[in-house]
Design a protein around this ligand. Sequence first.
Ligand SMILES: Cc1cc2nc3c(=O)[nH]c(=O)nc-3n(C[C@H](O)[C@H](O)[C@H](O)COP(=O)(O)OP(=O)(O)OC[C@H]3O[C@@H](n4cnc5c(N)ncnc54)[C@H](O)[C@@H]3O)c2cc1C
Length: 549
Amino acid sequence: MHESEQQVIDQPTAGSRAAQARTEPETLRRHTPAGSEAVAAAGQGAAPGAGDLTDELLRSDQWTDEMLHAAGIPVTDVPLVSVGGGIGSFVTVDYLRIAGVSTDRIAILSNLDFPWQTYEYLTRVSQIPKPERIRSDSASRPDNIWGFPSYALAEAIGDRTLAPLWQVLIEPIFADYYTPKAGRVFAGLERETKRIDYPKMLVKGQVRMIRKRRGGGYFIILTPMVGSTPTKRLAYRAEFIHLAVGYPGLRFLPELQEFRTAHQDFHHVVSAYEEHEHVYEAARTKHLVVMLRGGGIVASRVLARLMDDRSKHGLSTDIVHLFRTYIATSHGPNAWNRRKGAHGFAYQGFNYPKSVWGGQLKARMRKLEGEDRGKAYKLMGGTNTPYRRRWQSQMNTGREAGWYRTMAGTVEEMRLDQGVIVSCVKTQAGMVEVAADFVIDCTGLEADIAEHRVLADLLEHSGVGRNPLGRLDVERTFELRGASSGPGVVYASGATTLGGYFPGVDTFLGLQVAAQEIADDLARRGFCRRIGTFRSIRQWLRWARNKQP
Ligand SMILES: Cc1cc2nc3c(=O)[nH]c(=O)nc-3n(C[C@H](O)[C@H](O)[C@H](O)COP(=O)(O)OP(=O)(O)OC[C@H]3O[C@@H](n4cnc5c(N)ncnc54)[C@H](O)[C@@H]3O)c2cc1C
């Protein structure tokens, strides 16, 4: 594909903020490996002076100021650029603003209008609308680097009730973990976004690539919003880059992908990360059999929605739940180190054991390298979901009445038979055919990092490598190994760095831990001040009064 044709793919869709929150964010729509596009594009650059990427730029690992000038791409100097503009960018910039960095020293390049836009979209379609509770705990506050007051305390004060505080006191033995409502999280983020003047730092567009600058630092190429600038591309020259691009994309299991492509059916076989409200609507009009696939939190949420609707509207929906790895009992390497499990699910309050965020496991993981780290991830991670008493009781009712069935196996083939989707499942007892009106895939956002165009380009041109889980290889400070350029540093946080020294990186608290490491490292390099005790206290008081940092 010619570079100029790619403009069409690059451009984020315009629309109101509310409408955008309802639409699928641009980045999640791409399923084709971006690397191959980048390779195809090499050698087919625009003519010099056209304000677009030239052959020379596409080919070169390092760029000079003159090369950009010759291409006619305008250059803006900003010391630090954060690429992504989601929650990872937001918490990092929040730390830097609290450390005293002014808005004119930071640019956030993003296709999002506001930092929680992708998160809001993904939680909403995967059945966590605003009134529902998310997974993380009371102190994981992306809008508050101190975690105080916690969400439970804020809810207790706001709603004039002691219930959240009581729950936090007796969790998890006598009650489920307290978790905040999605709506409360968004409201807090909105307030902090305004407080730190986030919109002043935001530049909307699609980041196309990052290349090292000869002499130090980097160039970041942005494809701006259509018609917002005279040239097709803009360049940012920065000494520091922070990369937080979230999930590279949706990944469908091969047989689901084949079925969807062969039948052009995106209606009966859906991902839980896509709009699929029509399934719940259809269940309200007639008897349905719905097949669920996956055993993580998203499968639990979708199952909860089907079960809630069933009892609320008196429906007759049958649910067949397929697990690839069926967990029948508690499991673990020894008697002391076991995780609860039953009826297919592995139960764990949060993605990882809590000490990953600040205890023994955090310290231990920091020391592990290569294969040992990979094994440790396997042991404590994997697909799991929280044990919630309400869900348990609903599932028990369903099992007893026969409308909720679980099975273990892998789908070998899917076919359409008189409007019904038949999945041929390989089980221990042999092949079993399961007929369903709808299949909801809850297996994940696990696409390879090379499917993200900017990351594919970085892997090809900058010398960055992969960690034991195949994601971006970062230092303990979240510096991207192999990407340094003179005094310039690229940092990365979020899902693209899972597999590093800090496992909780794709969570609110994890993004904050990463942001703190990054801010400290930047302070060591003289970019900003360190947030010491007095600054921290002063800044918390400003936060509490909603005053700018
Ligand atoms: C359904 C779901 C529920 C979750 N629940 C919790 C929870 O309860 N608690 C918790 O702690 N964590 C939770 N997480 C995990 C995590 O905290 C969030 O996913 C968080 O939003 C990750 O932030 P991020 O900045 O890494 O990614 P995002 O918020 O997705 O932001 C990155 C954004 O960068 C933009 N982008 C990417 N490439 C480019 C480009 N080339 N140019 C311009 N912009 C680009 C995209 O719009 C992308 O969305 C959940 C995740 C999911 C999917």
